[in-house]
Design a protein around this ligand. Sequence first.
Ligand code: ADP
Length: 598
Amino acid sequence: MVFHKRFVHYYLKYGLFLLLGILALFAVDYGQLKVPELYKYVVNGMNDGVVEIGGATVAFDMDFLLDKICKPLIFVVITVCGGRFLWRYCFFGAAVRVETDIRKRMFDHCKDLSQQFYHFNKVGDLMSLFTNDVDTIQDSFGGGVLTFFDALLLGGLAFTKMLHMNKMLTALSMLPMIILFLMALLIGYFMTKTWDKRQEAFSRLSDFAQESFSGIAVIKAFTKEVKELMAFRKLNKENEKINIKFTRISTLMNILFILFVESVICVIIGYGGYLVYNGTFKAGELVEFISYFTTIIWPIEAVSILIEMTARAKASCKRVDNFLTADIDVKDKEGIDNKERNIKGEIEFKNLNFTYPNSEMQVLTDVSFKINAGENVGLIGKTGAGKTTIVDLIARTYMVDDGKIFVDGEDVNEIPIKELRRHIAYVPQDNFLFSDTIASNIAFSKEDSSDKEAIKEAAVLSDVDSNIMEFPLEYETILGERGVTVSGGQKQRISIARALMKNAEILILDDSVSAVDTKTERIILNNLATTRKGKTTILIAHRISTIERMDKIIFIDDGKVLDVGTHKELIERNKDYAEMVKSQMLEDKEAKEEEKDA
Ligand code: ADP
């Protein structure tokens, strides 16, 4: 990926590192190319007893060996070792820093992307971006610059030396290498195509594995382990097939390489032997030439590696680039007032119509209602009526038109998202808990989790304290991924405690007491009524019994507000609401009778 446009500035950012690495590389390559010359002196000295050096003929004795062979050799070894250490540090050090920078930028971008983005992009895919693709970019950044300059310096120096020694022999040895190089380009093209497919196959596999792990409870409950296993095997097989194809092409490349290199060595020995025979070359010079040729093999190989590496990294860069340039569709309007607001909690919807981005169906139609600051409000309606959408819009999870939603009389689009959310505590349906202690989960909205009393108080209010105290480490108990060590009801109550701890002016609970029994539900609701006096609370519920005592009930169906009023008012004037109350009472009665019979 040498010099890919999106990452080109990193070459400047770490320019000093790279420059130092290139200098070290030059020293190493230069030192390395001194060795064939020393071979020449040794072979010629052993054959003739004398050595020609710098135009003079000197005796090949112990002094010569120590002075002209051993000393330079020690110097070369020290230069090569020191230089190798330095370029490794410089190139790979820069690459690791680039990797960290890119990951940081990606993670920064993650937090700005809207919920809709995560709705459409699978976790496995995103994980593969953060791991596979960033690794590939890292590899090719350090390895790419290294390979490029190594090929250029070592290849250039060795080629110059070969040319200087014998033009014909150089032409004979380089011609097949040019053919090999062209073949490598062609094979590299196929390798790149296969690499893309390989990444896609891996992405599919990681997606599937991730989803299976998350949904393991459902898979087990429906005894679909075998079906899942078969599906996994199929994806794994596809992954295997594409990997085998990739390995086959790269093996073919290797074999061709060995074949060509060995053939060229035969040619050099044949023609070079002839040159020794007719006196143009000495045996030592032939050895020197062969050494240069074996040195030049790597730069030639490096060019094909570089092409393949570049193509691979380009594919990864493109994916990372697409991610980094993914539109932040929920953002603050330019020029809005960033001042802190003292939000009281009045919420008003005015004739709001809403359609989800990437969807054609309008899910809210002409929604209007007003919640006064400090009111306790119930939002009720059938599944799919639009309740979650309404509360999501209060928290600005999606963009709405101007003049449709107001908080404390100010258009939500005029309030910075961060500032608005600072005043909202939200318990979403998916009561996600982090793999951390219960205390840290409850104190999530706070900078630290040291206020033990406040944490306990929030847990008492959400009626989960006694459960927590039964855990071996009480509040210090670590929850497994997605809180698997606690029951659904406990999870809901810990999530409520987390929201209560924030003590925000607006509290939204989306179906948050559905997994607790009626007695616990009553305790929580009573606690909410007392502790949140003067603050706005919106509670989404399916059961009328959950919200019947609230100050106001917003009754919605099919994306429309059917009525707003107290429970008593709605029963009296709204036929549909009264009907719902009747049918729920009947259901409750039947459930109680069934319980008794059992
Ligand atoms: P409720 O909370 O009352 O059960 P929702 O607000 O979740 O209802 O959903 C209302 C409608 O919006 C449903 O038809 C649902 O399929 C649709 N919907 C919900 N989320 C999305 C989304 N991210 N993209 C497109 N449609 C959605």
